[in-house]
Design a protein around this ligand. Structure first.
Ligand code: C2O
Ligand code: CU
Ligand code: CU
Length: 517
């Protein structure tokens, strides 16, 4: 499928709304080519206290909560404008960008200010995303609705759509977030001390901004690119027809397509991670996407982290509530436990099944087996829990002016990351560089039966990753490659971040800077 057709067909159904869970009919088409974007405004959505949105300014028209589309190799050159009452940034999660364009929070945009940003998309096709990253405000702003999708396409992606013979509307890009809905209204961000330790959970899924989201699809293959944009909830994604789990094919992960599809019945999707899935409903009229119940193995108990954020003390919360101060989290029924079953969205199949089920193509991309390279030195990283300070990386709370370590551009390393047994799952995210999972050890609980691949890996470890979950007690070995594309765009030392993508942990100092020199 070429870019024109993709813009006109598949993405036409990628509905998104912000703020109020709008009825489907109220949704304007909002697909936007990244290259056409002149200005991205970050603003409050006035309809509901505490909700915010992105508005894409294309010169001739404005689109709220756009889904951005880019062909690999295309560029963005535009202005990011902060109309929030707090500092913000726009971080392009998963893209390999110079520090000046990464939006990592080293130079947050002050309220009322703007910043020009230029970059080229060098990454493989896949689902990437953008969100705020101002230290201390990230969790609150993302929960407020500031999550955007960026679909990158290339020739592998075109070939896949052609092989699946996707009907128009059968390709969806979905951001699964959640909200605390109480008495029909979305609660603004107001985490207690307890929420700041374990993460802010909601009770209803919000998919592309909608509660009870559903899409109509035609019979045949459906391709779903799904992001977990929740602040803290892990998802165990599956598709149900009544009580039956309907198998699907995993096509890709964070950084693009696998070498070959894998048939699965469930896949873990932690915050910040993405999966690319093909599912054929067969003769079914409907499918329900759910997060299955699982034991998230929260073993850490303790007092809340109390960290000073100098900027937090200068700017009020978006909806005048406290952050990490109240002892109790309010009514227990307002939040659904992590690992509880949660309905995500529904697909309705319209039309008569056209043909007997086929298989997805056996070859999806030229991705090779994960390997570290013979010279790659090992860097050891520990995830710790401290009853006073909460979750930390190598016992060290985040400091904006600190650089934990430097790596040489072009270097290959093995990162050995170990989670403490007294802990919880931490989805660890690296800015700027996709990596490969080499091996896992010490995997217990509900993740264990999914570790079906060589090296104790899960099927979802087989692709390019930028975020990888570590279960309590687990050690993972990652193959890192710090090769930079277009050297000229990366002049001088470049700072990047490595952090937990549980956003309460990120704001709670579970983050380090490193430098590529
Ligand atoms: Cu998705 Cu550093 O973030
Ligand atoms: Cu990122
Ligand atoms: Cu964490």
């Amino acid at each position: 499928m070429n870019r024109r057709r993709f813009l006109g067909a598949g993405l036409a159904s990628l509905g998104a709304a912000c703020g109020l869970p709008a009825p489907r009919t109220a949704l304007a088409p909002q697909r936007v080519a990244l290259a056409d974007l002149r200005r991205l405004v970050v603003e409050r959505a006035d309809a509901i206290a505490g909700r915010c949105r992105y508005v894409a300014d294309l010169g001739t028209r404005q689109v709220a909560q756009p889904i951005l589309l880019a062909r690999r190799g295309e560029s963005f050159d535009g202005v990011i404008e902060n109309a929030l009452p707090q500092p913000t940034t726009v971080h392009f999660h998963g893209l390999t960008l110079p520090e000046a364009a990464d939006g990592a929070g080293f130079d947050a945009i002050a309220p009322g200010e703007r910043k020009r940003v230029r970059f080229e998309v060098s990454n493989r096709s896949g689902l990437y995303w953008f969100h705020p990253h101002p230290h201390g405000f990230t969790a609150e702003q993302v929960y407020a609705g500031l999550t955007g999708l960026l679909v990158v396409t290339d020739e592998d992606d075109d070939a896949l759509d052609a092989a699946l013979a996707l009907a128009p509307g059968n390709r969806l890009a979905l951001a699964v977030a959640e909200a605390r809905v109480v008495g029909g209204a979305m609660r603004p961000y107001a985490p207690s001390v307890e929420d700041c330790l374990h993460g802010w959970l909601g009770n209803r899924a919000l998919v592309n901004g909608m509660l009870d989201a559903r899409w109509s699809v035609a019979p045949g293959w459906v391709r779903l690119q799904i992001l977990n944009a929740c602040n803290a909830r892990g998802l165990l994604v599956a598709f149900r027809d009544g009580e039956t789990l309907v198998p699907f094919h995993l096509l890709g992960t964070d950084g693009g397509l696998l070498a070959a599809p894998r048939e699965l019945e469930r896949v873990f999707l932690y915050t910040g991670e993405r999966v690319d899935i093909a599912i054929d409903p067969g003769g079914r009229r409907a499918l329900a996407a759910v997060s299955l119940e699982f034991d998230p193995r929260h073993h850490a108990r303790g007092a809340a982290p109390r960290h000073r954020h100098p900027a937090r003390e200068r700017y009020a919360p978006l909806a005048a509530e406290t952050v990490c101060e109240r002892a109790s989290g309010g009514a227990a029924e307002d939040r659904l436990a992590d690992g509880a079953e949660l309905a995500l969205f529904a697909l309705r199949v319209d039309g008569a099944p056209a043909r007997a089920g086929s298989s997805p193509p056996p070859r999806l991309s030229a991705l090779t087996q994960a390997a570290a390279g013979p010279e790659a030195p090992t860097r050891r990283i520990r995830l710790d829990f401290d009853e006073g300070a909460g979750f930390l990386i190598d016992q060290t709370p985040y400091r904006a002016d600190e650089i934990a370590f430097s790596v040489s551009r072009g270097a290959r390393e093995v990162w050995e990351i170990k989670n403490s047994p007294i802990s919880m799952p931490h989805p660890m995210h690296l800015h700027g560089f996709g990596f490969r999972v080499l091996r896992r050890q010490g995997t217990y609980g509900d993740a264990r039966p999914l570790a079906t691949e060589p090296g104790g890996r899960l099927a979802s470890d087989l692709g390019v990753k930028d975020t990888v979950v570590l279960w309590p007690n687990e050690t993972v070995w990652l193959a890192m490659d710090f090769t930079l594309p277009q050297e000229a765009a990366f002049r001088g030392a470049q700072r990047f971040m490595f952090h937990c993508h549980n956003l309460e942990h990120e704001d709670g100092m579970m983050m380090r800077n490193f430098s590529v020199v």
